[in-house]
Design a protein around this ligand. Structure first.
Ligand code: SF4
Length: 236
């Protein structure tokens, strides 16, 4: 909770997920695979303009038309097949009703989602949490990076192990999981970059373990900064 509280105090409310309907969350969760969110927004805007942002419209569309509309999201042919696979699953298992789908117990629904073509653990958990309000923790590359650098996860842990770590440690509250993941993404994007993490400006810097290489380089740079300030302040 120290991580959650520190990021929340520094960054304020995240108001995720940026979508107008639960089905748009599903669309975004699939389209965001291997691309930036700005590309997803363009693809979803195309679907809205063409009135193709509902399960029934996607179900009755041709694959080629769907692929053309979501082209900005990249890998558009594969993603069109994934969207089709999801709506076929929704039709077959839940008569096309997202509400009926989300009324399914979390564990059962997660397993079913994972059996759909193109839905892996991160996509399934994003759908469950952000569209269905189910208490599952979404793990992404930023989660691995931040908590790896802070020594909370070791090496390259499996997705399920990191998910279990959060879900077993925190209160099982979907609102908390929703906000926590959004804060992690924000911190990862703005400070905890793959190369050259900006620890000096990062809200999570006070939580770096003192013996970690990043904490040590942080303290060396702050000593150097203090040294240069005291040199500058000496009278000529
Ligand atoms: S303090 Fe450094 S390692 Fe920790 S989250 Fe921020 S940028 Fe990443």
């Amino acid at each position: 909770m120290a991580y959650f509280n520190t990021m929340s105090r520094a960054l304020g409310p995240m108001n995720w997920w940026p979508a107008r309907t639960p089905f748009e969350v599903v669309l975004g969760a699939i389209l965001t695979q291997n691309t930036s969110w700005s590309n997803v927004e363009r693809a979803i805007a195309n679907l809205r303009m063409a009135r193709m942002h509902t399960p029934s419209a996607i179900s009755s569309s041709s694959l080629s038309r769907l692929a053309a509309l979501i082209r900005p999201s990249g890998y558009f042919r594969q993603k069109a097949k994934k969207l089709k696979a999801f709506v076929q699953f929704l039709d077959k298992e839940y008569a096309g009703s997202l509400k009926r789908m989300f009324d399914t117990p979390t564990v059962v629904l997660r397993e079913r989602l994972l059996s759909v073509h193109g839905i892996g653990p991160e996509t399934a958990d994003s759908i469950l949490l952000y569209a269905g309000n189910h208490p599952v923790f979404v793990v992404d590359a930023y989660t691995h990076r931040i908590f790896g650098r802070h020594g909370i996860t070791d090496g390259k842990p499996a997705y399920e192990n990191v998910r279990a770590l959060f879900e077993n440690t925190l209160p099982r509250d979907p609102r908390l999981f929703n906000e926590f993941h959004a804060l992690i993404v924000n911190t990862g994007k703005n400070w905890c970059r793959k190369r050259d993490p900006r620890c000096t400006e990062c809200p999570l810097a006070p939580l770096l373990p003192p013996n970690s290489p990043l904490a040590q380089s942080l303290s060396q740079s702050s000593i150097a900064l203090q040294g240069s300030r005291s040199t500058r302040s000496k009278p000529a």
